[in-house]
Design a protein around this ligand. Structure first.
Ligand SMILES: [Zn+2]
Length: 479
């Protein structure tokens, strides 16, 4: 599903991984990396564009070849993340986000960023990952309740974690970042890419942040995030010592590069489901859910849910990969509660949720300081089965139940109104200025944004035949 409201993400725990100096090979790195890669898939999601991923992978393989003998098996992915970002996981997992690819105007820029990330892996820079909770202020859940959850949902409710945008940008030391810059540009140069492009893409990233936030990058932007001008200054010192052997790019010119980006989603991906104030709509699952007003919502690939702002209740929907029916699952669950925990459900019944065959079990747990109400639903929405679980103080139980039973198919109107922004390359026609170009092409970016994304100076005139990346609003479903 995909998380939309980043502001509700808060830090809870620190440091889950410190690379051990004693380890002789990359076995440990690979193990820890594979676990984290799984979490990236569940919490951020991989962008399912195989042609684009294949292109990114080709650039990566060229860097791998330049690296020569290495115990690391690199693999390259595009993450379904709107923010510009690139990060590495131990063991050789390299990720670039959609948001970063939107900013790329030259293959060498991409290669320099990827080279930088690869050096973090080969130099085994220890990553202090900061785990974040996807929703704040979870009420204290008594032990008996915890035992009731199915493993996937339990994992989300009990230890809600997410990998956020800032995570991998801000958690290397300055020394490690300089090292990754230094050897990253060296690697890019050895692979036949212009090492000067790292400074260029870093400055564009900084400009993009400035455009989004309306504020110039501050030194204190992230406590441990190196200040871009300082970083650029240091990178520029490295360049004269490098041997440049510019090779033919994989995307031989800008048009081919933009062709790879053609059709890529910009901003939130409607395919992951979208919140429109408190209404959640998921086009591929053909579902709409009315979430409670003013609750904090979260949407990640594996779950969508909400929490009461004071942390007095929360509920999550997950897609249950099973062929079983709601009644068989509900009955089995109620049986287990009695057998394992000696708990008799308050309710254990079949119901119809807007035409979807469903089952619900509710339980009151009095084992903790305060009574806790647990609601579990199984909803057969056609192609998949939804498993929903809510935990709250009894006063919020009705609000949660009302939200769950609001689950319904999308109306035709809603389907027509699901839109997204898509990256499209478009050529400037004769005598066109920016405004006439944007009107003709339905470009939703303003001039400043368009110029920045395309890496163009403000005072350069547009030339006939010049191709620009633009963002066009398009319907998700074609009718
Ligand atoms: Zn870095």
């Amino acid at each position: 599903m995909e998380f939309i409201r980043k502001s509700y993400i808060i830090f809870i725990l620190a440091i889950i991984y410190i690379n051990p100096a004693f380890s002789q090979d990359f076995t440990y790195d690979r193990k820890i990396g594979a676990e984290a890669a799984n979490e990236v898939e569940q919490m951020i999601g991989v962008y399912p564009d195989s042609a684009l991923t294949a292109y990114v992978n080709l650039v990566g393989q060229r860097l791998v070849n330049a690296l020569g003998d290495s115990p690391v098996e690199f693999n390259f992915h595009v993450v379904d993340m709107a923010e510009p970002n690139a990060f590495a996981l131990p063991g050789g997992y390299i990720y670039v986000s959609r948001g970063l690819l939107c900013l790329i105007n030259d293959e060498a820029e991409l290669a320099c960023v990827m080279g930088h990330e690869m050096i973090h892996v080969t130099k085994r820079h220890s990553v202090k990952q900061i785990k974040k909770s996807i929703i704040p202020g979870i009420l204290h859940i008594p032990g008996a309740v915890v035992g009731m959850f199915n493993s996937n949902l339990g994992k989300i409710i009990n230890a809600p974690v997410s990998i956020g945008t800032e995570l991998f940008l801000s958690n290397y030391s300055h020394k490690q970042e300089s090292e990754a810059d230094k050897y990253g540009v060296k690697l890019a140069a050895e692979a036949g890419y212009d090492p000067n492009k790292l400074a260029i893409i870093l400055e564009r990233l900084s400009g993009d942040v400035e455009l989004l936030t309306g504020e110039a990058e501050k030194k204190s932007y992230f406590a441990s995030h190196p200040y871009t001008p300082k970083r650029v200054e240091n990178i520029e010192k490295e360049i004269p010592g490098l041997e440049l052997s510019q090779k033919q790019y994989i995307a031989e010119d800008k048009n081919v590069l933009y062709g790879h980006l053609d059709g890529m989603v910009y901003g939130p991906n409607p395919a992951q489901g979208i919140f429109d104030s408190n209404i959640f709509r998921h086009p591929d699952l053909n579902l709409a859910i009315n979430f409670p007003d003013k609750w904090n919502t979260v949407n990640v690939p594996v779950a969508v849910g909400a929490a009461q702002p004071d942390g007095e209740g929360q509920f999550f929907f997950i897609v249950d990969n099973t062929n079983a029916t709601p009644d068989s699952l509900g009955k089995a669950y109620a049986e287990q509660l009695e057998k394992k925990f000696n708990i008799l459900p308050k309710e254990n019944s079949e119901l119809d949720i807007n035409g979807f065959p469903s089952w619900m079990v509710s339980v009151n747990d009095d084992s903790g300081d305060q009574p806790i109400n647990v609601l579990v639903y199984w909803i057969d929405v056609g192609d998949v089965l939804l498993n929903v679980m809510g935990v709250s103080y009894p006063k919020h139980a009705a609000t949660i139940a009302n939200a769950i039973i609001s689950t319904r198919p999308l109306t035709d109107d809603e389907k027509q109104n699901i839109t997204g922004l898509f990256l499209r390359p478009a050529s400037i026609l004769k005598n066109e200025n920016f405004s006439s170009f944007s009107t003709r092409t339905n470009n939703t970016w303003d001039e400043k944004t368009t110029l920045l994304k395309n890496g163009l100076e403000a005072d350069l005139p547009l030339v006939e035949g010049q191709v620009l990346k633009i963002a066009v609003k398009e319907q998700y479903f074609s009718f």
